[in-house]
Design a protein around this ligand. Sequence first.
Ligand SMILES: [Zn+2]
Length: 253
Amino acid sequence: MKKLLWVVALVFAAQSAWAWGQTGHRVIGELAQRHLSKKAAKEVKKILGDEDLAGASNWFDFIKSDSKYDHTHCWHYATIPDGKTYAEVEKDSCGDIIEAIARFKKTLASETATLEEKKFALRGLVHMMGDVHQPLHVGNGTDRGANDVKVEWFWRKSNLHRVWDSGIIDKQQLSYTEYANKLDHYTKAEKKQWQNDNIDDWVKENISYRPAIYNIGNGKLSYRYIYEHLDTLEGQLRKGGMRLAATLNTIFG
Ligand SMILES: [Zn+2]
């Protein structure tokens, strides 16, 4: 029993190290689901069955507990040091979040891929479109996406990556549907902009947030840090939802 508890604890720790928390992923999935075209919603249902995009959004974190999927761990992030662009950095042979998103899109658009391959790709796309909107999933190459930046979060030991994955979101104490209701208000200009920009823009956006995100003073973070960053974080959830919907609407026509 003790051993099992350790395994559970380790799996949980591994999950929290490299992903929006469950709620963040589900919010993005739910927002996207609400903005699918009729045709895209039908195709999604064909592929996922009774699972919706929110339900599919965390699967790629859950499989981290199965060593058969070890090769997928590096698909959740990319490393782009300050002052560099994605094109300039040396690519990891096992892949990264940017090439993974492109690969999943290709599979979903393919006429020869099997239903099983499409399900894997759709779960992957929903998850990685979420992760790519958590700014610290584009790491600076020095601190494992700020996992090594130790902080206190409401007087408990944590790290900066985890604060952005789940710390700020969980403090809002909203379910994912309540959160989606709160965020599901897009102006025409936002819709147009976010449906049209591309992954290079998303990555640049993440990098532009870095100085503010890393401005942590003595590292004792609580209400003030939320106050300073909630708009940015919720903006990322809203963009993630709209861009995922736009991506699927384009693929499925
Ligand atoms: Zn992830």
